[in-house]
Design a binder for this molecule. Sequence first.
Ligand SMILES: Cc1cc2nc3c(=O)[nH]c(=O)nc-3n(C[C@H](O)[C@H](O)[C@H](O)COP(=O)(O)O)c2cc1C
Length: 213
Amino acid sequence: MDFCDVIKARHSVRYFEPTPVDTDLLLQIVKEAQTAPSWVNAQEWRVWIATGKTLEAIREEFIPLLKAEAQSESDLPQAHRGDWSEMAQHNMAAFSQSRIDAGLLEAKLEAQSHLFHAPAVIYLTIPKKHSDWAVLDLGGFEQTLLLSAANRGLGTVPAFNLVRYPEIIRRHMGIDESDALAIGIAIGYEADHPLNHFRSSRQATESIVVIKD
Ligand SMILES: Cc1cc2nc3c(=O)[nH]c(=O)nc-3n(C[C@H](O)[C@H](O)[C@H](O)COP(=O)(O)O)c2cc1C
């Protein structure tokens, strides 16, 4: 696919077909994500992929907790909305409102509680004892992975809610207590569902850029 088409094709997919994703394809996507840059090439990321029975077991345990919106126990602290900048708060409020206006809030919560019905979830970890730069590096790794998946016809959504209860994932995946579950990425084939027709907006580019010569 043309690179600009890949960038345009990527969007958060929140309802997946049950069709499994081939293991070699998942590995290829991770391999491409590994081309991301990192501080002194530290590459302080690890990738854990849950599919099949393991993912079903995780899903079973997540469903009641996410439905009840049980208190998050995430390894990376959940920032309260009031702690974000005014600009970010404005964008988050606009995003939430646009989803309500589209009548998709209930469907989103329902799909999310089922881990978006994804046939696979990719968990990204970094050591709990990490430099701030490792989080920046992981963001690059994540975005490269999302674009690689889009290029190969796969949908994705990176989601905090997928790592909201890390102890469950740790137990099923054998992830060490010293590793922080930073983000989960649901991956699979996009279902034809209203949730996937929704598109988030972006600020005017001129409003976030300063160029001086
Ligand atoms: C760190 C991070 C956490 C996110 N967590 C969630 C989540 O828990 N649930 C969800 O539905 N989307 C989640 N998203 C997806 C964002 O809502 C989405 O990327 C944003 O609205 C822009 O939309 P787009 O990805 O379709 O371009 C998350 C994205 C990021 C980068």
